[in-house]
Design a protein around this ligand. Structure first.
Ligand SMILES: [Zn+2]
Length: 138
């Protein structure tokens, strides 16, 4: 359980720095690699809206850049920037679910949706991305 709270804390810290001048909706994520390294990320917006990047994929791509290829947990927090105490869970978008699928066993990866270190829900990727397409099909 300690690692769960640690990941949520890291995601909350990352969220504070999110670059969201347009939506003002800040998301933070913290990813745990199979070698127990933590990579955090936040959402990054762009004036050309379709170029925005989610917090989850920022964390994943940072980890992949450092040569990590297997992840076991990801914590995600998000809400309006003026909301210090989050009132809702922030589930990952479809694109992030698919990118996570590339680097994990969907029955094992734990996705932690949190409001704070006390209020959270844990799902497996398989629960959020049922019957998914992955590397074994190619
Ligand atoms: Zn996403």
């Amino acid at each position: 359980m300690e690692i769960i709270k640690k990941l949520i804390s890291e995601a909350l810290i990352a969220r504070k720095s999110a670059y969201t001048p347009y939506s003002k909706f800040k998301v933070g994520a913290a990813l745990l690699t199979s070698t127990e390294k933590i990579y955090s990320g936040f959402n990054i917006e762009c004036a050309a809206y379709s170029m925005c990047n989610c917090a989850e994929r920022t964390a994943i791509f940072r980890a992949v850049f450092d040569n990590h290829r297997k992840f076991t947990h990801i914590a995600i927090v998000g809400g309006p920037e003026n909301q210090e105490n989050l009132t809702d869970f922030c589930p990952p978008c479809g694109a992030c679910r698919q990118v996570l699928r590339e680097f994990c066993d969907p029955k094992e990866l734990k996705i932690i949706l949190a409001k704070n270190t006390e209020e959270y829900k844990i799902f497996t990727l398989d629960e959020l991305l049922l019957f998914s397409f992955g590397p074994q099909y190619l």
